[in-house]
Design a protein around this ligand. Structure first.
Ligand code: FES
Ligand code: FES
Length: 157
């Protein structure tokens, strides 16, 4: 099937199999390997991207379901390497990662979450990342990273 998807501001027209998952479209068809694959069964959240601005697990959608829509992956979050997204800065400065496997998904989930809740409590952050599994950090540094990002987005330090 022919689809046309805007990914990180660029429109891609491709002929894809109806059963191709969005995560495989991103990684294998477009070569955007920043989106990770963990479980492929909607459990781990490693594959989270934004679809029309909302966080979705890209192993849960077929590529054809993104036809005519706008996808942002972790590669498209920052303007460039000199201007990281506040959530990326938060993870960097608060050591919100160890192995990094969950990190793209965590960043995409929490960047969408902060748009809806710019001043969250720790409990609200923990609720927001319930669908994202991290086997390394114990989550507290991720919560700290998101709080730091929220402060940056509100104009603080
Ligand atoms: S790979 Fe999509 S939720 Fe785990
Ligand atoms: S940093 Fe290793 S899984 Fe989260």
């Amino acid at each position: 099937m022919k689809i046309s998807v805007e990914v990180n501001g660029q429109v891609y027209e491709r002929d894809v199999a109806p059963r191709l998952l969005l995560v495989h479209f991103l990684r294998e068809t477009l070569g955007l390997t920043g989106t990770h694959i963990g479980c492929e069964t909607t459990i781990c959240g490693a594959c989270t991207v934004h679809l029309d601005g909302r966080a979705v697990k890209s192993c849960t959608l077929f590529a054809v379901q993104a036809d005519g829509r706008r996808v942002t992956t972790v590669e498209g979050l920052a303007k460039d390497a000199e201007h990281l997204h506040p959530v990326q800065i938060g993870f960097w400065e608060e050591h919100g990662l160890q192995c990094g496997y969950c990190t793209p998904g965590m960043i995409m989930t929490t960047s969408a979450f902060l748009k809806e809740n710019p001043n969250p409590s720790d409990a609200e952050i923990r609720h927001a990342i319930e669908g994202n599994i991290c086997r390394c950090t114990g989550y507290q540094q991720i919560v700290n990273a998101v709080q730091h990002a929220a402060r940056l987005e509100r104009g603080g330090r």
